[in-house]
Design a protein around this ligand. Structure first.
Ligand code: GDP
Length: 231
């Protein structure tokens, strides 16, 4: 059976108004003018090795996840206009903790460990995977997971598999393509089209897509506007 998170009761509950739902169900998302959330204040709260050590789940939470080196730290820093908030990792795959940042004193931005890192043992990979999915499955205040996808490359099996697993668990998510400043227009169009086609093989509707560059800051207003709407 096809899964479609956009029609799940859980996700509908967190939309502030029906109009936003209508916009999402149409394919032309650009018609919607997002209001921009200002990031006035950012505070690192803690790094947790597992769900049970995460901060109290009493405010909305937005998590960012993707394969190592996808540009996650850079995107988080760009969103928060803080060059050192999330460590831009010199050694891919090193950060294996759930990192909570408090934004404007009212919501958490969560930097999740990267997945699909090949250079660790199978046992370690399985243990990271278990920790990550335990968080994704059980974190009550998780409003949306931004799955980061490198726009320079064609769809990767582990990204698609990750998204399928989110769907199976009914975790609300959006897709953010990264490093779009590094692609040619053709490469960008081809990769996005391929990605959408791959998703449409198993999904009835596509989720919200964002196109980002931490260099040009493209996508910042859209992502923050999206968070503002559902916060
Ligand atoms: P992470 O491992 O997913 O946290 O990835 P990082 O944020 O550390 O980025 C990995 C590499 O990609 C670094 O060399 C970044 O400078 C580079 N990078 C990340 N985002 C962008 C982007 O939007 N544009 C360009 N040109 N480079 C980027």
């Amino acid at each position: 059976m096809k899964k479609n998170i956009w029609t799940s009761d859980f996700f509908r509950q967190i939309w502030k108004n029906e109009f936003f739902c209508v916009c999402l169900s149409q394919k032309n998302y650009n018609i919607f003018n997002f209001s921009i959330l200002l990031v006035r204040n950012t505070e690192f709260i803690k790094s947790s090795p597992s769900l049970k050590e995460c901060p109290k789940s009493d405010i909305p939470e937005y998590a960012f996840v993707g394969r190592s080196n996808v540009g996650k730290s850079s995107l988080i820093n760009m969103l928060c206009m803080n060059g050192s908030l999330a460590k831009t990792s010199a050694t891919p795959g090193k950060t294996r903790l759930i990192n909570h940042f408090l934004i404007n004193g009212s919501w958490y931005l969560v930097d999740l460990p990267g997945y699909g890192y090949a250079k660790v043992s199978k046992k370690m990979r399985e243990s990271f995977d278990k920790m990550l999915f335990n968080y994704l499955n059980k974190r009550e205040n998780l409003y949306c997971v931004f799955v980061l996808i490198d726009s320079r490359i064609p769809p990767q099996a582990n990204d698609l598999e990750f998204i399928s697993r989110l769907g199976a668990l009914q975790v609300p998510f959006a897709v953010a393509f990264t490093k779009i400043d590094k692609t040619t227009q053709k490469q960008f169009n081809d990769n996005i089209k391929l990605f959408k086609n791959e998703m449409l093989k198993t999904w009835e509707e596509l989720p919200q897509f964002f196109y980002t560059s931490s260099v040009t800051k493209q996508g910042r207003e859209e992502i923050l506007g999206f968070i503002e709407k559902i916060c």
